[in-house]
Each structure stands twice: as C-alpha cells, then as structure tokens.
Design a protein around this ligand. Structure first.
Ligand SMILES: [Zn+2]
Length: 820
C-alpha cells in the first residue's frame, strides 16, 4: 500500500519559492492550515462561463453554461473553484471512461453504465496539482466570452464558503503539504466533488502522490453506517499504456517504482512495556531527501499510538495530526497519518535524523500470559512500501518473553525487567513484535535460524465451558426435606486443549517449508525467523516474524467445533504454517503498493503452501484443497450469485463491500490459488517455477504490480504459448470473472502409429467474451498423457491431433477451474 491514503489525504511538502513571498508567509503548518481554512471564495474572481472545457488525465469536464468562482489565494495559489449550473439553461457534464474492462465492469456495477457521462448541477474542485493552471488557461482562452460576475460571486461565496470548509477541513495536512511543494505536478491532487443530475453526489480524485491514480467514489449509508462505494480505481492511460485511448493495454507496461520525496533507513527503536502493557517508545530513523527540498514529512502510525514529540536533527519539529479523521485499515489495524514539519525546507540529497516519542496501548490480554498484539506493523511511525533495517530494543516485565523480527543481540534480566534486543541483517517493510509466557523449539533450516514459540497457558476463549451432565437439576434449591432424595448433578470438565500440543509439529513444518521454498525461490532475506502465537483464527507473516493462530498449535480434535470440518483442519494443520512462511518471500522480499496488486502476495503465499502440501502429502491432497476452493467460489450468496461473480480478483479490498466478506476471501485465496495453478499448468512446471524465482530476483526490495507479473510471464513463457495467450489468460482469469462449463466431444480414427483425434469443446455459462486455453488430456495405456490446449470462445471450438497410439481416455482434467 502506498502511503497516500485516498480517503485521508495527507502529503509531503516543499517550500514554494514563487516570486516574492506574499505578505503573510506562515511560519508553521498550523498557521498555514488556518490561512487555508479562512480563505473563502473570491467574489472578484467569479465568471459567467459558456463552453469551457478541460481535461485531467481520463476525466473530461465540460462547463457548458454556468458560473465559475475561484477561492482567494493562499501563498499566491488558489486552491479551489466551484462551477454551478444554477442559471437558466445551465449545464455541465463529466465524462470518464475507465481504461480497463474490469474497471468498466466495476463502474457499471454501481452506475449501470461502464462509462460515466453525467450532467451535473455543481462541481467543487480542490486542485493542488497543475490542474488549476490548466483551468485558468482555459478560462483565459475564453476571452470576452467569460464575463466577470462579482455580484453573483458574492452570493455564491456566502453559500459555498461553509461547504468548501467542510470538505477541505479534513484535508488540511495534505493541503499544507501540497502548498509547500515545489513540484505540484508530482505531489498534488485534483479532487472533483460532483453533484450529478442522476447519480447524486460523488467525487473523483486524481492523486499524483499515488502514481496519478484516479478513484471515483460515493458515500452511502448501509445498515445505518456511513460507507464508501468505490466505483472505480485505476491508473490513467497516460501511465499504463503508450497509446492513449487504448481500451486494453495489450503489452502491460510495468508501473514505475514510487518517486519518493524522501527515503527512510536504519530504524532504531527503544520501547518500554509497562506492567499494564502500555508501550512507550522512542523511534529514531534516518531520512535521505530526494531530488527536491522537503519541509513536511508524512508518516503513518496505528491510531492507538500517540506521537507526543518529533525532533529533526535534535531540534524540536512541528507535529500535525488530525484526530477527527477516519484512518485506514491495514493488516487489521486502523492507521492514521501525521506530519512532521521541519522549520525550514531540508535540502535535496541531505541526510537527517528523525526522532519520535510515542506511546499507546497495542497489547491486549487474552488470558494468563496470553496476549494479543494489535498494531503488528504500525506501532511506530513508518512509511508503507519503504524498506529499512531495524534495531529493536525492548524493556519489559521479566516474567514475559518478548520476541521480535531480527537476529537476537541481547537478552538479559535487569532488576524486575528483561531486556531484549534484536537487529536485522536486511532491509524490510515492517517490524513487529510479540510477547507471552512461552515454550520454544529452535533449529536451523536453509541457513536460517528459526525459533518457534508457543503459549504455555491457554487463552480464555479456548477454555472449555463447565458443563453439567446427569439429571437436570431442579431449578429450586434442593430442600433438606427429610427423606427427599435429590439427584446430585455430576460436573464434567471436558479435556482442555493443550496450547503446546503441536509445537514441534509446527516447528517441523517451519523448517521443512523454509528448506523447500529456499530451494525454489532463493534464500529468504532474514537470517532469523521467529514464529509465535496470536489468539484468533488468522496468521500473519511479517519479515522475520510470523504470527500464527493459536488454533495451529492445538490438536485437531481439540479445535472449536466450527473448525472441525476437513477444510478448516487442513488449513490450520497443513497450510497456515507454509502460507505464513511463504510470506517471507511474498510480502517480505517483494511487496506491493496498491490494493489491486495485493492479491498477488496472498495468491503466491497460498499457492506456495499448496506446493508444500503437494510435496508433503501428494497431488491428491492438493487437488482436494483446490476442489474446496472451487466449491466455495461457486457457492451462491443471498442474491443467488456465485461468490466468484462478485468481481475480478484485482478489485482487492473492494470485494469486501460485496454482500459477504467471504467473497473477498474466496476470491483472493481460492481463485488466487487457482490462477497460480492454472498458470503453472499452462506454462509448464519449468517455466512457471522460473517465473516465481525470477519474480523474487528481479523485484527484490521493490514493489511489484499485476502488470509486472504479467509482463514477466510473457517474457518467460515457453514455446507453444504466445504472448497473446498469456494476455488472454490474465484478461479472463485476473481482470474478469467467470467459471465456465466445458463439454468435450471427440472421435478417434485410424490405427497406430497414425491415429487421428478430432473433437470440439462447448463453453457455456461464463459470458460470450470469456475465452480460455482449455486443456484436453489424452491418456494412453503406456507413457505419460499428452495435453492439447484448445482456445475456447462461446461457440464450438474444434481441434485435431495426430497421435502415435490409441488413447485410453480423452478428458478435460480436474485441475482446471471449470464447473464440474
Ligand atoms: Zn497471507
């Protein structure tokens, strides 16, 4: 995830040297924010406009007939403008055509049309990139046609000032940062808040700090809660394809790596954990300034961590944080952004030391000596997507054991405290910690020292309830009536699960999967891998530190009843460990920046766990898991639609807003694994495994996108698979939805060694434009089967093949995602 939240706009800034400084140059971010807040619309800059149009990347705005008013300048810049059609015959129009099929499908799901063409009542614009200059130029080109209308302006200002303040208020950090920027084209944003004639209120955001990503969204009320529907979210054609207007970029252009304004390295964190589990920390980190001067530095942190002071090079710096804002959920934790503001711009290329003092509650108790760490990668100020080394020093109550990512450097008792220090040998994207009263198993595998910890005590929620058996006791107290015999209920306490039952089994799988994956994907970057439990049904794999569900540590028979079906048991007993160990590569060595690419890391980690299962228990076991995913994808929701049809996998977290959150899970893990499996099947083992190893090698410590992965698959495709075939695979399985039904018919003629096989495949149930390479497996009495790939469309798809011997069976094999 790139750092610049789309719903919580905050950014970087640089001092703007634009001619002589205006009279009131604010000296602090707070002063500048106040100036922005109080600026208001400028009645002297109100125009009656006709046929004024301008284009911002893939957004076309037509201000056909109405008033256009600008805000008063702040530091010489006008930040907002309003177009209103509130005149007789007034009209305006907004047109957006998303560049990809999947995004047009997404837009259509909300607006019933794959393209946006909406007449508007008003457009409120907040423009901190170069769009304001474009709009002003368009206005100047109108010449006499645009007349100043100060009296209308006065009325409009009165009406709109509070509205603009309402919308820009929550963006104050971002606006401050953008105003100080010397390169608005790389740091600014264009936000259009639109009141549409038919669609109601919605907005369109183009954010230069997020690779110029465009996002259209609408606030809605769902079940009494305020929610946001993301209609579409895409990189504009300018970024993704060489020819503008391309409907579907056939040769995906790898997205550029982020253009950081500054980069972090060498974290040093001193943290103290009190008896009440409150965390106080001082985080120090080095920052290298990029090609432009920077004054405001945005960081992310967990909402329940408060930053109380910032120093830059030892001198106090200004801190700006907006508590009122809703943060962004990342990795299950709500994160917010804040600005560290230097009193002067820091010069390009210079290196500085940042120091943050912060405290908060990120550890909860789940039983005696059993804890839940909530802010696992966000308990300190950080920038998602950047890689740095960490030196972590903890002081905490001595009855506990604290573990963290990195190699152990120090571990000693000091009075009532224990001191644990870990240091990393390689740069990673995040550093977590965990703590408890532990048992441990250690060892070495693939050159990695691993430590697997388990809780000695059982968390409260897994303790068996006390149940009564025997005759139901009378609701009344048994009286001591003479001669009365009252049956005594017998109490039974079912066997309590042992929280360490599978500790050595887990350690065995950690070791074996480390070896297995190192052989396939190259060595992991961390020299120490620590695995420790977390209460709840999930796991999380951070670089060098895995949080493993406590369910994975207890015997299958002791797991809660809801987890006792075969699929859940395989998940906790066989797949969770290798999945999280897989994240040592997918998510640690390489990472992603955008929600549309996150599926890659999950699909790769999960498919890695399936490869491990295939090696450990055989291809049948792996097939059973894939079949389970198939059934889940084909399950129907309350509206009778299959989970799979909710949307393409690249919609990412947007799939969560579908009726069931199982949709996102089913698609990300289930379909994601199928995508990897079918790509393997289509490319062949050799080319596919080379693809995975090369992905790791080429994108080490970089951010990878779906387009990068597709481009690499094209590059490494085997003979017999065209580049167009790779694109068709991604178009249909990754960027679209559909699980077809295939019907195979065939005839065999001739005699060995000149046997002729001819047949056809009928495809149905996945839409007319769905097309796949369907495998036809020809099995013989002797020797391995032969696979013929047949490209399907809706209709008859015929094929022929010359065989050397008579086939025994000709089938579409099970390991392809079609309806069975
Ligand atoms: Zn995962």
């Amino acid at each position: 995830m790139l750092r610049f939240a789309l719903f919580l706009l905050v950014a970087n800034a640089v001092y703007a040297f634009q001619g002589p400084p205006p009279a009131a140059v604010p000296s602090t971010a707070a002063d500048l924010a106040r100036l922005i807040r109080e600026s208001g619309m400028d009645p002297a800059e109100c125009y009656r406009v006709r046929d004024l149009s301008f284009v911002k990347d893939d957004i076309k705005l037509y201000l056909n007939d109405g008033y256009l008013i600008f805000s008063k300048p702040v530091m010489g810049q006008r930040l907002s403008a309003i177009f209103t059609t509130d005149v007789e015959g007034g009209d305006g129009e907004v047109i957006v055509i998303p560049p990809t099929r999947s995004e047009r499908q997404s837009l259509a799901a909300f607006t019933q049309s794959p393209n946006l063409d909406e007449h508007v009542k008003t457009i409120l614009m907040i423009l901190t990139d170069d769009s304001m200059a474009v709009l002003r130029t368009a206005l100047e080109q109108q010449g006499e046609a645009a007349k100043k209308a100060p009296s209308a302006g006065a009325l409009l200002a009165e009406h709109w000032d509070p509205v603009v303040a309402n919308i820009s208020g929550p963006m104050q950090m971002r606006l401050v940062a953008d105003l100080w920027s010397v390169r608005p084209g790389k740091t600014g944003l264009a936000l259009f808040v639109i009141s549409g004639a038919t669609l109601g209120n919605f907005d369109i955001l183009s954010d230069a700090r997020s690779n110029h990503r465009m996002i259209m969204r609408q606030r809605v009320e769902r079940d009494g809660r305020d929610e946001i529907n993301v209609w579409t979210d895409f990189l504009p054609r300018r970024i993704t394809s060489k020819t503008s207007g391309d409907q579907r970029p056939l040769a995906p252009r790898p997205a550029p790596q982020p253009d950081w304004e500054f980069t972090l390295s060498n974290y040093r964190i001193d943290a103290e954990i009190a008896n009440d589990l409150g965390v106080r920390a001082v985080t120090r980190v080095s920052a290298q300034i990029g090609p432009d001067p920077v004054r405001a530095f945005p960081f992310d942190i967990a909402r329940n961590m408060q930053v109380s002071a910032v120093r830059i090079d030892g001198a106090p710096a200004e801190l700006m944080r907006d508590e009122s804002l809703r943060g962004r959920i990342r990795g299950g934790t709500e994160e917010v952004e804040f600005l560290a503001v230097s009193p002067v711009p820091l010069l390009p290329g210079s290196k500085h030391e940042f120091e943050f003092v912060h405290h908060g509650n990120v550890i909860a108790t789940r039983g005696d000596g059993v804890y839940f760490v909530s802010a696992r990668g966000s308990w300190y100020p950080h920038i998602p997507g950047q890689f740095a080394t960490y030196d972590l020093n903890f002081r905490y109550p001595k009855r506990l054991t604290l573990v963290a990512a990195g190699d152990p450097v120090e571990d000693r008792i000091d009075g009532d405290s224990r001191i644990t220090r870990r240091r990393m040998n390689a740069a990673v994207g995040a550093a977590g910690f965990n703590l408890g009263i532990y048992e441990k198993v250690t060892g070495t595998a693939a050159g990695v020292n691993f430590e697997v910890y388990g809780n000695r005590n059982l968390e409260e929620s897994l303790r068996p309830p006390v149940t009564l058996s025997g005759p139901t006791p009378s609701p009344q107290l048994p009286t001591r009536a003479r001669g009365a015999r009252v049956a005594q209920p017998s109490m039974t306490i079912p066997f309590a699960p042992d929280p360490l039952a599978r500790l050595s089994a887990v350690a065995g799988d950690v070791a074996a999967s480390l070896e297995f994956f190192s052989g396939m994907f190259g060595p992991p970057v961390m020299k120490t891998l620590t695995v420790a439990p977390i209460p709840g049904g999930f796991g999380q794999g951070f670089p060098g530190l895995v949080y493993l569900s406590t369910f994975a540590y207890i015997d299958s028979v002791s797991r809660p009843a809801a987890l006792r079906d075969a699929r859940e048991q395989v998940f906790y007993s066989d797949l969770m460990v290798p999945h999280e160990v897989g994240h040592q590569w997918w998510g640690s060595v390489i990472s992603t920046a955008h929600s549309e690419d996150e599926w890659l890391l999950e699909a790769l980690a999960n498919y890695s766990s399936l490869l491990w299962l295939e090696k450990k228990k055989g291809v049948k076991e792996m097939g059973a898991v894939l079949n389970g995913y198939r059934s889940e994808l084909l399950e129907k929701d309350s509206q009778g639609k299959t989970y799979e049809s909710a949307g393409p996998i690249v919609w990412g977290e947007r799939l969560n807003s579908q009726p069931s959150t199982r949709t996102w899970r089913a698609i990300t893990y289930g379909k994601g694994s199928w995508i990897m499996h079918m790509l393997r099947r289509r490319m062949g083992d050799e080319a596919f495994f080379k693809l995975l190893a090369e992905l790791r090698r080429r994108y080490e410590f970089k951010l990878v996108t779906t387009a990068d992965f597709q481009a690499l698959a094209r590059e490494l495709r085997p003979k017999g698979l065209s580049a167009e075939g790779v694109d068709a695979f991604f178009d249909n399985w990754v960027y679209a939805t559909g699980i077809p039904t295939l019907k195979l018919r065939y005839t065999v003629s001739g005699v060995a060694p000149a046997v002729k096989l001819s047949g056809s495949i009928d495809q149905s149930g996945a839409g007319d434009d769905f097309s796949m390479d369907a495998p036809v497996e020809v099995q013989f009495a002797k020797g391995p089967p032969q696979t013929i790939w047949v490209r399907t469309t809706g209709d008859d798809n015929t094929f022929t093949a010359n065989l050397r011997q008579l086939p025994v069976r000709v089938v579409i094999p099970d390991d392809v995602l079609v309806k069975k």
